[in-house]
Design a protein. Structure first.
Length: 411
């Protein structure tokens, strides 16, 4: 086994996550290896959300009384903190329900700027959330949808010749939720900008695990979700360069995003408020701000280093089991902490059920990335995803669980 050590004190970290101490099926201790779907929440995040409801529960941006003022301060303070976390200015961060809504916001808002003959460029690596909205935009406008292919090991095959003067937007993932590969965002962005195209990066799997600087990457838009980075469910974000956001029309309309309303028509606020209608999700923002504090306290470079140790062990353990095929690179180079695999003779759903009986929680299916699975020659797979609270021992338990399943199914 690898002798590389983690920079994190995981034993202490795990004490901050109440759910990790519970037992599950057959009174087995929980081995949670599904953080790519949603992360667990530390007590600090749970406390921040609860404190909002107990002490500051007023509608942000909706009144001049003290509770509303406090709610507004917490809500906008969280915006500034999350923006700073990715190297953005606070007026460049739009709150949404999730990364999926963030992608849809941009795709719908671009409808009037895209026409027949234009091209939209994505990749075979994409989560459906960064694929289907662009299919829909192409159908609405008559534009042509094109894509970068996946290599046999699941990396993005960057072919700059696909970016032409007809390309309007390039939308690619920063890190695959299946193979864990990290894409060359800066290189793609340079080529796209040289052709006059916009770039949207899906950071749902990148932002929670690596230090991200949107200014250095120079992407025009980046989307991500709070619940994958220790924060509450139901809150996501859209980063956009201010001039690019300012050029977009509203996505959803109603209260608070307006400037002046008359019966004959309305005008709308400047970004980011133009894209935020309804009562703001201030409690969730408070929770996400606490999650950012937690991640900052650990250091994102340390988080990434810890996950690399876990991924290296997982690759070592799984490749040591006869009949296991890893979907994706066999090394940790330019690779995040997602390891998808298949086991000869065992359907992925059957394997997942046997592992679940042992307390091991993984993801099974096509992981909302059906085209990538087809490109890799499989219909479905099992996937283990690691985070800052996972241990090397849990990786070993996964290996033991797979071996047990092979004996159970006699393969």
């Amino acid at each position: 086994m690898s002798a590389v050590t983690s920079p994190l004190d995981v034993e202490t970290i795990r004490k901050d996550f109440p759910l990790l101490s519970r037992t599950v099926r057959n009174d087995k201790p929980l081995v949670y290896l599904d953080s790519g779907a949603t992360s667990q929440k530390p007590t600090a995040v749970l406390d921040a959300e609860r404190e909002f409801y107990e002490r500051h529960n007023g509608a942000a941006h909706r009144g001049s009384h003290l509770l509303s003022e406090e709610g507004t301060e917490i809500y906008e303070g969280a915006r500034a903190k999350v923006a700073a976390f990715i190297g953005a200015d606070e007026n460049e961060l739009v709150w949404t329900k999730a990364a999926t809504e963030s992608v849809n916001l941009v795709a719908y808002a671009l409808t009037g700027s895209v026409k027949a003959g234009d091209e939209i460029l994505i990749s075979e690596l994409e989560h459906h959330a960064n694929l289907v909205p662009w299919q829909q935009l192409a159908q609405r406008t008559g534009a042509t949808l094109k894509w970068f292919k996946a290599t046999p090991e699941g990396r993005l095959d960057f072919d700059p010749s696909l970016i032409t003067e007809r390309t309007k937007i390039v939308a690619v993932t920063g890190q695959s939720n299946v193979t864990g590969v990290i894409t060359p965002l800066a290189e793609i962005t340079r080529a796209a900008h040289e052709a006059g195209a916009l770039v949207l990066a899906d950071g749902a799997q990148l932002v929670p695990h690596h230090k991200v600087d949107v200014k250095a990457l120079d992407v025009d838009f980046m989307v991500f979700s709070g619940h994958k980075m220790l924060g509450p469910l139901g809150l996501g974000a859209l980063y956009g360069k201010y001039d690019k956001l300012d050029a977009l029309p509203p996505f959803l309309s109603g209260g608070d995003m307006i400037e002046i309303v008359r019966m004959e028509g309305s005008t709308f606020q400047a970004p980011p408020m133009r894209f935020e209608t309804g009562v703001p999700p201030a409690p969730q923002a408070a929770g996400l701000a606490a999650a950012i504090d937690y991640l900052d306290g650990l250091g994102m470079d340390n988080v990434a280093a810890h996950e690399e140790v876990l991924t290296a062990r997982a690759l070592e353990v799984l490749t040591g089991i006869k009949g296991v095929r890893i979907l994706g690179p066999g090394t940790t180079e330019n690779r995040g902490a997602a390891v998808a695999f298949e086991v000869d003779g065992i359907h992925p759903h059957d394997l997942s059920q046997v592992l679940d009986d042992q307390g091991i929680a993984i993801r099974v299916g096509h992981h909302c990335a059906w085209p990538l699975h087809r490109a890799l020659g499989v219909q479905a797979s099992n996937r283990a995803t690691f985070y800052l609270y996972n241990t090397l021992e849990e990786v070993d338990v996964l290996g033991e669980g797979i071996r047990y399943a092979q004996k159970f199914f006699k393969v």
